[in-house]
Design a protein around this ligand. Structure first.
Ligand SMILES: NC(=O)c1ccc[n+]([C@@H]2O[C@H](COP(=O)([O-])OP(=O)(O)OC[C@H]3O[C@@H](n4cnc5c(N)ncnc54)[C@H](OP(=O)(O)O)[C@@H]3O)[C@@H](O)[C@H]2O)c1
Length: 318
């Protein structure tokens, strides 16, 4: 088949597909990437945003129907889910995950939604010490008890994390983090979007499945710093710090008690190997090639690393 014929056939197929997909957290990292990929593939996307701002307008310009609403509000969610076939459920690390999951599940069942892709995390366990991680585990169980055709995603730490906790110091970068020599394979939101889009488009094979999501190369933070250094063309250092110093710095920065409790506890999980590993879920389910490496990711966003990220942990003064 020629390229033009293949394109025509795809366009006809998409034009016939009347399904509407709701993407929640659509102004955030994975939601936005998922919405954009579905739109690129010709699907109809409704994007739930918390506020009508530049990010919402960008989604509308890309072809999404945007809906302003609160994941904690049953009426908002009923409105957002009307006529929806499949939804991506994504709630940030904030208080209220279990309430949002309950509201989402009730509204989705009432609206006759068929499938849900649920954003969880790799540290979601019954015995998790992080409140957010345990709530993710409970949220998974709650969705499993509905008739929704449910798939859970449990990513390791995102590559975007490296930007959030990055300190830029005149031509070099520093990561001061409490991860010891623990390891993980950072995963980008772009690659997670491939799985989100594929599972929404064809949910049946993924019924009741839980997928851990990893990038292609597992590294400790010394190796991550080296990969960033190659990509950014500047020296990058990893300085391991204690969980106590990390928690104090987050509190001083004004991050929420919920987030500080979560990240302090998953730092311990991380050191114990809970975030480690790699697999071929992105290629096998998302299709396409291997996910982006840290080096490729930072190379594609060099400008973002010319200033410090919002959360970096400064060296203690004095
Ligand atoms: N970051 C990591 O390394 C990591 C690793 C594994 C799993 N995860 C999981 O990933 C999830 C977060 O995904 P993400 O990073 O793609 O999201 P994100 O970038 O944090 O974005 C979340 C979006 O949700 C919106 N939002 C917040 N509260 C809302 C509400 N009450 N109603 C409607 N929308 C609301 C936010 O709006 P505003 O922007 O307007 O505030 C934001 O755009 C969490 O569940 C976390 O556990 C993260």
């Amino acid at each position: 088949m020629t390229g033009a014929k293949a394109k025509n056939r795809t366009e006809v197929h998409m034009a016939d597909d009347r399904r509407v997909f709701l993407i929640t957290g659509a102004a955030g990292k994975t939601g936005r990437a998922g919405a954009e990929l579905l739109l690129e593939r010709g699907f109809t996307v409704r994007a739930l945003v918390r506020q009508d701002d530049g990010r919402a307008r960008a989604l509308a310009a890309a072809g999404a129907e945007t809906v302003v609403g609160d994941l904690l509000d049953l009426d908002d969610m009923s409105r957002a889910l009307r006529g929806v076939s499949g939804a991506y459920f994504c709630y940030p690390i904030r208080e209220g995950l279990l309430e949002a999951t309950t509201v989402f599940a009730q509204a989705a069942v009432e609206a006759g939604v068929r499938s849900v892709v649920n954003m969880s995390q790799i540290s979601a366990r019954r015995e998790a010490k992080s409140n957010a991680a345990r709530q993710h585990w409970l949220g998974e169980r709650l969705l499993d008890r509905t008739d929704l055709l449910t798939t859970h995603l449990r990513p390791t730490f995102f590559a975007a994390w490296l930007r959030d906790w990055w300190e830029y110091r005149e031509g070099e970068g520093v990561l001061r983090l409490p991860f010891g020599r623990g390891r993980h394979a950072p995963i980008t939101e772009i690659d997670q979007a491939r799985v989100i889009a594929a599972v929404l488009a064809d949910p049946e094979p993924h019924r009741r499945k839980t997928y851990t999501l990893h990038g292609p190369i597992e590294m400790d933070h010394y190796e991550i710093a080296k990969a960033m250094s190659r990509g950014l063309g500047m020296p990058v250092h990893y300085e391991p710090i204690s969980v106590e110093e990390f928690a104090a710095a987050m509190t001083a920065r004004g991050l929420s008690t919920h987030l500080v409790q979560h990240l302090s506890n998953v730092a311990v999980d991380y050191q114990r190997g809970i975030f480690a590993g790699t697999n071929d879920v992105i290629e096998n389910i998302g299709g396409g090639g291997v996910p982006l490496t840290v080096e490729e990711y930072v190379t594609s966003r060099r400008e973002d690393f010319r200033t410090s990220g919002p959360n970096f942990v400064p060296e203690p003064s004095g």
